[in-house]
Design a protein around this ligand. Structure first.
Ligand code: EPZ
Length: 420
């Protein structure tokens, strides 16, 4: 699985260009299936999850070239609607392929997405939405078979503003007959990015970024190749580097950020006592005095505080003065990093979906293990702030979502080495 060896105590400093967004890239790669043509996409992060999606589309018949963060995908020869089970299991978010396979072929066969380290992560909202669009769903022996004669536009109300369900239903609805309205839709920036990509392809979608998205169905002949599309920067990667800088009391400038997308995180870092200056696509963070605890940190759907930043912030709050209360409202079981942080001397008590984090003067290096992508980033942050050496096992989780993570941190002055 590989590990990082971190020697704590160096203050991060310098400049870093933020990678393209993992969570914007994955649905956009799925969307390329719809136009049976070429798509050229820029600023795609070179991370494991993108390579899994590339492997899946290649197995379905696509011709793909990926180099220098530029992705060229030709889906004209895609001739299968069955997602290979072994690849599906590698990444649960490959469920996003259902929508575009249904749009292109009227059918899809996927295996039940592997459970995830952060909770059961059901897909009932996806399947209920597909059924509303006229899709027959059959589940047997761990596979989901979805089929329809013709996708028909529908009014869909999501019980929860699920990011994946919103994206999947957009992908299925663009080629449906008539209009689809998705209410209580997720409002994340990655949804807006997907709408912009699909509209550039010739689809007619409005409302992404609000809780109501309207999709006018069109025909596959209306869809065009995508000459050039640039993926938005990764707001969670940006937040992670800022939290790491705050934890080491350092000073960095991040480039290629969209300030509005990271505002929820900047607000909490300021509340802790970080100094932050932003201009155009740059943000600078430095720490002058002691960092204070947060009376309340509550994860919520966008534009609330992002659940993906909960673990990195828990690591940072472990070194702040005072007691912070973290409430995780999006996932059921997203505190697994707490027990690993305790091994480093953090004082954290978990009570259901609430974590009580009492800041300590210093964390101490230890051998710890990443259990999911963002938990892994949190352990690295704790290791950078800790006294002594930390070994973080399970870094393949981290490499799923962070491009050149250890290399970037080294550029910023961190003492972090790969242990193969
Ligand atoms: C996306 O996951 C992101 N992944 C996650 O990022 C992110 O944490 C999450 O949205 C919330 O922002 C990608 O975009 C690839 P959801 P997704 O559907 O779509 C429940 C990372 O670290 N739910 O919004 O799976 C679900 O159990 C990853 O980059 C249902 O009950 O998230 C969860 O409790 C982790 N039924 C909540 O909704 C459903 O049918 C939010 O899930 C679907 C979801």
């Amino acid at each position: 699985m590989g590990a990082y060896v971190i020697t704590g105590g160096s203050k991060l400093s310098g400049k870093l260009k933020v990678q393209g967004s993992k969570n914007a890239s994955l649905p956009i790669i799925a969307a390329t299936i719809l136009n049976c043509n070429k798509s050229h996409i820029k600023n795609v992060p070179d991370i494991k999850d993108v390579h899994v999606m590339i492997d899946i589309l290649t197995r379905l018949g696509a011709d793909i070239n990926f180099s220098g963060n530029e992705l060229t995908i030709d889906t004209s020869k895609v001739n299968s609607w069955e997602v290979p089970e072994n690849l599906m299991r590698k990444m649960r978010s490959s469920i996003i392929l259902m929508g575009s396979l249904l749009g292109r072929f009227g059918k899809a066969k996927v295996s039940y997405p592997g459970g995830c380290e952060i909770g059961p992560r059901p897909i009932d909202l996806h399947l209920k939405g597909f059924a509303a669009l006229g899709v027959k769903i059959k589940e047997s022996h761990g596979f989901i078979y979805a089929e329809t004669e013709k996708l028909k536009g529908a009014n869909i109300h999501l019980d929860f503003p699920s990011v994946g369900a919103t994206e999947n239903l957009m992908l299925a609805a663009v080629l449906a007959e008539g209009r689809t309205v998705i209410r209580n839709a997720a409002k994340e920036p990655e949804i807006v990015n997907l709408q912009n990509f699909l509209n550039k392809m010739g689809c007619r979608i409005k409302g992404a970024g609000t809780d109501t998205i309207k999709i006018e169905g069109c025909s596959i002949d209306d869809l065009k190749p995508i000459e050039d599309y640039t993926v938005i920067p990764d707001r969670i990667a940006a937040g992670t580097y800022l939290a790491a800088t705050a934890a080491t009391r350092g000073n960095i400038v991040l480039e290629n950020v969209i300030i509005e997308h990271i505002e929820p995180v900047l607000a909490k870092l300021r509340e802790m006592g970080c100094s932050i200056k932003s201009k155009d696509d740059k943000v600078e963070l430095w720490v002058d005095g002691p960092l204070k605890a947060l009376d309340s940190l509550r994860t919520l759907p966008y534009p609330g505080f992002p659940t993906d930043m909960q673990a990195p912030m828990m690591a940072l709050l472990s070194t702040a003065e005072g007691t912070s209360i973290i409430t995780e409202t999006v996932f059921e079981n997203r505190f697994k990093h707490a027990e690993e942080l305790r091994r480093m001397g953090a004082d954290i008590k978990i009570n259901g979906n609430t974590a009580i984090v009492k800041g300590v003067r210093k964390l101490t290096g230890a051998a710890v293990e990443a259990k999911d992508l963002r938990a892994g980033a949190a352990l690295v942050i704790a290791g950078l702030a800790a006294e002594g050496k930390t070994v973080v096992e399970g870094i393949s989780y981290i490499e799923r979502g962070y491009e050149r993570f250890a290399e970037n941190l080294r550029t910023l002055g961190a003492k972090i080495e790969n242990l193969d």
